[in-house]
Design a protein around this ligand. Structure first.
Ligand code: SF4
Length: 285
């Protein structure tokens, strides 16, 4: 039986006007956003702030994380016209900060890294004033694939740890905590002035000490930006919420993360990987 949402999570419905225009453009250009497939509660605000997250490489994932609402099943080959359509959408929506993410494509030799690179380069060439953030899968730790994305020149490289190492087997069994930290370390060591970012969900049974240990592990690989948000059960078939973490606890984590040395932190019940992503650019980019 799904638990009743606490009052602080009963978010106001998204700003219809913004979301309607964005949804219209995305439909016309046959583009996916993680905003809609993950049923993100912040769509209205993000769109109003000129930020949107495009999901490339299709809408079907080759993995099966227990918290994620993205479809699983047979996948299609990468669409060569997708990078062009992403740029067209970004221009039409007058976005200032574009986030590019994808499902995990373990079926592709480079995990889809070349499609990320094409999209980044096209945005940089056509919309030089727009900042680009990528939120990538782990590419199974494939060094060439990771560096293909880094060398395409994004401003922010995001790769989520999603949860604490003790819960990986139950929550994201195909992922590897150390491998993800190694990816962030490689990106930081090769990306000239590139900001790195990562995020975790709370409310899946982790302890405060484990969240703090994740902060330390990320700082040990020179990660700049951190997000911490509340896990919300997408459907009854996904992992149940263990705890609705109180807003005051997120505030404590935010203060602790800054005290430890992160450059930018977004922590709150409604925080998501790309939430307020555009604000980072005004502060750090
Ligand atoms: S790899 Fe990403 S998109 Fe795929 S199931 Fe896991 S969280 Fe969802």
């Amino acid at each position: 039986m799904r638990r009743r949402l606490p009052e602080w999570l009963r978010n106001k419905s998204p700003l219809a006007a913004e979301t309607r225009e964005v949804r219209k453009v995305l439909a016309e250009l046959n583009l996916n956003t993680v905003c809609s497939s993950a049923r993100c509660p912040n769509r209205g605000q993000c769109y109003a702030e000129g930020t949107a997250t495009f999901m490339i490489l299709g809408s079907v994932c080759t993995r099966n994380c227990r918290f994620c609402a993205v479809d699983k099943g047979p996948v299609q080959p990468p669409d060569p016209g997708e990078p062009e359509r992403v740029v067209t959408a970004a221009a039409r929506l007058q976005l200032r900060h574009v986030v590019i993410t994808s499902v995990t494509r373990d079926d592709l030799p480079d995990g889809g890294a070349s499609q990320f690179a094409k999209t980044i380069k096209l945005i940089k060439r056509r919309l030089p004033e727009v900042s680009v953030e990528v939120l990538t899968p782990d590419f199974k730790g494939n060094r060439d694939a990771i560096l293909t994305v880094v060398e395409a020149g994004p401003d922010i490289y995001n790769h989520n740890l999603e949860t604490v190492p003790r819960l990986y087997d139950r929550i994201r069994p195909e992922a590897d905590y150390r491998r993800s930290l190694e990816l962030l370390k490689l990106v930081k060591s090769h990306g000239k002035g590139l900001l790195t970012k990562s995020g975790v969900m709370a409310g899946l049974g982790e302890t405060g000490a484990e969240i703090e240990a994740v902060m330390d592990d990320l700082l040990a690989v020179n990660c700049d930006i951190l997000t911490i948000g509340q896990y919300l059960q997408p459907t009854k078939d996904h992992l149940p919420v263990v705890e609705y973490v109180k807003p005051a606890v997120f505030k404590e984590w935010e203060a602790l993360a800054y005290q430890k040395g992160f450059k930018f932190v977004t922590a709150g019940p409604l925080a998501r990987s790309s939430y307020q992503a555009g604000r980072v650019r005004t502060v750090l980019v």
